[in-house]
Design a protein around this ligand. Structure first.
Ligand SMILES: Cc1ncc(COP(=O)(O)O)c(C=O)c1O
Length: 498
C-alpha cells in the first residue's frame, strides 16, 4: 500500500537528537535500545510527532554507532508505528493509530503527564510480554475523595441562583473567590476576593501568566528540574526557559541568573516541589520575594501541591508573604487536594494582574464552568475533613511505593514529606534508558531529563508517582525490577575493560 508523504512540522538536528536521547544504550542490541529510546521520547512528549529525524547516516556519525544500528532502529520504529519514511521526506515521527484509540486498557490522559499514546499499544520490546496492562506511575492524579459526590449534589441545589445570569464569570463566582481568599487569610496572607481569579485549573493560570508576561524570545527562569507542563506553557508563549538548580533551590544562583538573564517571569513550586518534593524554607521564600521586588520581575509560586503535606512538620508561611508585593503571584488548584476532573484553579495576585489575566482568558475559555466552581466552594467549606482522608490515603500509598522500592532496588529512594512523587536516584546516568525499558514492561515513569529545561540534566533520576492504588503500585515493582535488570545488568563498572 502506498504510504502518504508524512506531514513534517519540525526537524531535529543530529546534535539535538543526541542530547534528547542522553545515555540511551544501556545494553542489549543497540538498534533496539535506540528505537526504544526514541519511542519513549515520543511517548513522553519530549519528541513531538511529525518531527523529521536526522538521516541514518548523520545520526550514526553523531552517536558513534554503525549505520546498521540507525537503519535497524528506524526500521523498528516504523514497524511499531512510531515513524514513517518516504523517499524525499526522510524518517518522520508519528503516533501509531492503535496507540491513540481508547481501548479496554486505556487510561485517560491529563494531570501532570504529556498527552501521549498508551505506551503498551505502541508495540512490545523484544522479550517483553505482548499484552501487559498499562500501569501509569507518571500521571500524578489521585482519585476523587468520597465527599466529591455530595459536594456536587449540594452544588446542584445551589445552581438555580445562577440560572438567570448568563453564566460567564471571567473572574470566577463570587462565593468561590471569597472562599479562596478566606483560605489565604487563614494561612496568614491578608487577601480579598478582588485579588483572586478563578481559572480552569492551575495549568490555565500558568499558561495565562506566560502569555501575558512573555513575548517571543524573552526569558523565563524555572527550577531545574521542574513541572514539565509549566516549561511547555512558557515555550508555547515564545519564552526561552532557563533553569537554576533545585531540590534544594540555589537562591544565590537564582539572584545572579535574574540579574544576568533579565527574565520577565520566574516560576517556582515552593511546596513539595514537582518533581523533587523539596519545600522552600521561610528564609528562602523571603529571599525570592526580595529578588522579585528588587528586579521588578514577576515571580510565580505554584502552590498546587501545598495542601499535600504528609509529615507532622509545619509548612513554612505561604509564598506570598504578607501579600503586598505586586511582583509576587500565587497559583493554586483544586486538582490535587480534591480532584483533577474539577478543572478548577486560581491565581492570587495584585488586582491589576488579575484584570490582565481575566482579559487574556477571553480568547481562551471566557470563564470556568459554574457547577464545578460551586462544587469546589462546597469542598473548601469541608476542606479539613476532606484533606484528613486524602492525606491518609496518600501516606499509605507513599509508604507502599517507598517500601517496595527500597526492598527491590539499590537506589536511593528518599521518603517524600509531601506531594505526589518519589524522586529516586538510580545511581547511574541511565534515566532515559530505564524509562524506555519500563515502558516496554508496561510501566510509565518520568525520566529525570525531561523535567529539566535543556532535557539533559537529572540523568540518574526518575520520578514515580504514588497516587495509584496499593495493588497497582505493588504490581508495578516487579516490572520495574525487570526493566532495571535489562538496563543496569549491562552497565559495566567504571574502569572495567570491554
Ligand atoms: C506543580 C503543578 N502545577 C500545576 C499542575 C496542573 O494543575 P491543574 O490540574 O490544576 O491544571 C500540576 C499537575 O500535576 C502540578 O504538579
Amino acid at each position: 500500500m502506498p504510504v502518504a508523504s508524512p506531514t513534517v512540522l519540525r526537524q531535529l538536528s543530529p546534535a539535538t537528537t543526541a542530547r534528547l536521547l542522553g545515555t540511551w544504550h544501556a545494553g542489549g542490541p543497540a538498534y533496539i535500545a535506540l528505537a526504544d529510546a526514541l519511542r519513549a521520547a515520543v511517548l513522553s512528549g519530549t519528541l513531538a510527532p511529525h518531527t523529521r529525524l536526522p538521516s541514518e547516516r548523520e545520526l550514526a556519525a553523531t552517536l558513534n554507532v554503525s549505520r546498521t544500528t540507525t537503519s535497524g532502529a528506524y526500521a523498528r520504529l516504523r514497524e511499531l508505528g512510531f515513524a514513517v519514511s518516504r523517499v524525499g521526506s526522510g524518517t518522520v515521527t508519528t503516533l501509531p493509530q492503535r496507540a491513540i484509540e481508547p481501548g479496554p486498557l486505556h487510561r485517560p490522559a491529563g494531570g501532570d503527564a504529556p498527552l501521549s499514546a498508551d505506551p503498551l499499544r505502541g508495540g512490545t520490546h523484544a522479550g517483553a510480554p505482548a499484552a501487559v496492562g498499562h500501569l501509569d506511575l507518571w500521571q500524578a492524579t489521585p482519585p476523587a475523595p468520597p465527599e466529591l459526590h455530595g459536594a456536587f449534589a449540594r452544588a446542584l441545589d445551589g445552581l438555580p441562583a445562577y440560572l438567570d445570569s448568563g453564566g460567564y464569570e471571567p473572574y470566577g463566582l463570587t462565593p468561590l473567590r471569597e472562599a479562596i481568599a478566606a483560605r489565604y487569610r487563614e494561612r496568614g496572607v491578608p487577601t480579598t476576593a478582588g485579588e483572586i481569579l478563578v481559572t480552569t485549573g492551575a495549568q490555565q493560570a500558568i499558561a495565562l501568566l506566560a502569555r501575558t508576561h512573555l513575548r517571543p524570545g524573552e526569558r523565563a527562569v524555572v527550577e531545574s528540574p521542574t513541572y514539565f507542563h509549566a516549561m511547555e506553557a512558557m515555550r508555547d508563549a515564545g519564552g526561552r526557559v532557563v533553569g537554576v538548580p533545585a531540590g534544594p533551590l540555589d537562591v544565590d544562583q537564582l539572584a545572579s541568573t535574574v540579574r544576568r538573564a533579565r527574565p520577565r517571569l520566574v516560576y517556582l513550586v515552593p511546596d513539595y516541589q514537582n518533581p523533587t518534593g523539596f519545600v522552600l524554607s521561610a528564609e528562602e521564600r523571603a529571599a525570592v520575594r526580595e529578588i522579585a521586588d528588587r528586579h521588578g520581575v514577576t515571580v510565580v509560586g505554584d502552590e498546587t501541591l501545598v495542601e499535600l503535606g504528609l509529615s507532622d512538620e509545619r509548612t513554612p508561611p505561604p509564598f506570598a508573604g504578607d501579600g503586598t508585593s505586586p511582583h509576587v503571584v500565587s497559583v493554586g488548584s483544586a486538582s490535587k487536594a480534591f480532584w483533577g476532573g474539577l478543572r478548577v484553579g486560581w491565581v492570587r495576585a495584585h488586582p491589576q494582574v488579575i484584570a490582565q489575566l481575566a482579559r487574556a482568558r477571553q480568547s481562551v475559555d471566557i470563564a470556568t464552568a459554574v457547577l464545578e466552581q460551586l462544587a469546589v466552594t462546597e469542598l473548601l467549606g469541608r476542606r479539613a475533613e476532606v484533606m484528613a482522608g486524602r492525606r491518609q490515603m496518600l501516606r499509605e500509598r507513599r509508604d507502599v511505593l517507598v517500601g517496595r522500592l527500597q526492598e527491590a532496588f539499590p537506589w536511593d529512594v528518599p521518603v517524600p514529606q509531601g506531594g505526589l512523587f518519589c524522586w529516586v536516584d538510580l545511581g547511574l546516568p541511565v534515566a532515559q534508558a530505564f524509562a524506555a525499558a519500563a515502558a516496554a514492561e508496561g510501566v510509565r515513569v518520568g525520566g529525570g531529563p525531561m523535567f529539566t529545561p535543556d532535557n539533559a540534566g537529572a540523568t540518574s533520576r526518575v520520578r514515580l508517582t504514588f497516587t495509584r492504588s496499593p495493588a497497582e503500585l505493588s504490581d508495578a515493582v516487579p516490572r520495574l525490577v525487570r526493566a532495571w535488570g535489562r538496563v543496569a545488568g549491562r552497565q559495566r563498572p567504571a574502569g572495567s575493560r570491554a
